[in-house]
Design a protein around this ligand. Structure first.
Ligand code: FA5
Length: 342
């Protein structure tokens, strides 16, 4: 066999072997076997020098053509094997669009937030806007300007968390009354002031050391006790249900004169007596009264020209009564079994 015939055999063998390669690793072996340093085609090139000089140019040309041809075929095969490999991997990890979806887990509003929003909606109907005042309050706003001077025994009504000598966590939302009055040039006011209150007191099933209140304040030229009672009655009907009765009892708050407590007939027994109303037939709604002249004056309103009413109600206690929750601690316990019920 002369060298041309030998080259033709190597070429034919290489082409046949290339057909057999099924993956990249086999292709690399093939390249090594034919085009590598000791590959069969490379050895043919090296053998050129041993040929008679007359044959060298023609054989050299031939062997180089074979080498070029195989190199091109190698590059093409490498490309298509890589493509096939990617397609295989994609197929293995493809999303199965026929699988049923997983339901998304969604939370919902906390019972306190739901109750607050009900209260906002009710008072919006009655023409009250929402006004917010700070949780960290000055002692003067929480007490002095509300007619509760230092050493006044009424301070005992609100056990206080102090921040420093002058600042505290507000014990009620009433300081917002002064803030809103001072912010407005004397003009009629109808606001509710919602917010968290803090008291340094024993935690029980009825009392937390943090809880929400919603304060109400209406100031005008001729605001009277009847307006207050009418507003409270409207609230009782819209919050607890139609047909509710209310009653007022005389009370004492330093910032209102006269002061009252407002109750509604028990939503469960209608007044006959049951465990929810502790057999009194009545549920407490709010502390309230006519804004004290000193407080009007501290807010920049002349008490000879202006009058007002104010009330302060809890948020957790009314929702406890409405939904039959027996322990206020459940509101802040973060137990999902409780929270999911509302
Ligand atoms: C006050 O805080 C007065 N500022 C209310 C007021 C405003 C009177 C304007 C007159 C005019 P009292 O301390 O009673 O009042 O609290 C009002 C309501 O807050 C209570 O009826 C109750 O619902 C709620 N509350 C008070 N203390 C707690 C507590 N420890 N845990 C849960 N709720 C409470």
């Amino acid at each position: 066999m002369d060298s041309f015939e030998e080259l033709a055999v190597v070429r034919a063998e290489a082409l046949a072997a290339l057909e057999e390669t099924e993956n990249i690793a086999a292709l690399r072996d093939w390249e090594k076997a034919y085009l590598g340093r000791k590959g069969k085609v490379t050895l043919q090139i090296r053998a050129i020098g041993k040929l008679p000089p007359a044959q060298r140019p023609a054989f050299g040309k031939e062997v180089n053509q074979v080498k070029q041809e195989l190199a091109v075929l190698y590059a093409e095969a490498e490309k298509s094997l890589k493509r096939a490999e990617i397609a295989r991997r994609l197929a293995a990890s493809a999303v199965d669009v026929t699988l049923p979806g997983r339901p998304a887990i969604s939370g919902h509003l906390h019972l306190t937030t739901q109750t607050l929003r009900q209260i906002y909606a009710i008072f919006a109907q009655l023409g009250f806007e929402v006004y917010e005042s700070p949780d960290v309050e000055l002692e003067s706003y929480n007490f002095d300007l509300l007619n509760i001077p230092a050493y006044h025994p009424a301070r005992d009504m609100w056990d206080t968390f102090w921040v420093d000598d002058k600042r505290l966590l507000r014990t009620h939302t009433s300081p917002g009354q002064i803030r809103v009055m001072r912010e407005r040039t004397p003009e009629p006011i109808r606001v509710i002031l919602p917010g968290k209150c803090y008291r340094y007191e024993q935690i029980t099933a009825r009392s937390e050391h943090q809880f929400y209140q919603v304060e109400g304040l209406a100031v005008g030229r001729q605001v009277s006790m009847t307006d207050l009672i009418g507003t409270m009655h409207q609230f009782a009907e819209l919050f607890y249900g139609e047909g509710r009765q209310i009653r007022v009892r005389s009370s004492y708050f330093p910032f209102t004169e006269p002061s009252i407590e407002v109750d509604t007939d028990c939503i469960l027994c209608g007044g006959e007596g049951c465990p929810i109303c502790k057999y009194t037939g009545w549920l407490e709604i709010a502390g309230a009264g006519m804004v004290h002249p000193v407080v009007l004056e501290n807010g920049g309103y002349n008490p000879d020209e202006w009058s007002g009413f104010a009330f302060g109600m809890g948020v957790e206690r009314p929702s406890m009564m409405k939904y039959g929750v027996e322990d206020i601690r459940l509101f802040y316990g973060n137990d999902l079994r409780f929270l999911r019920q509302f």
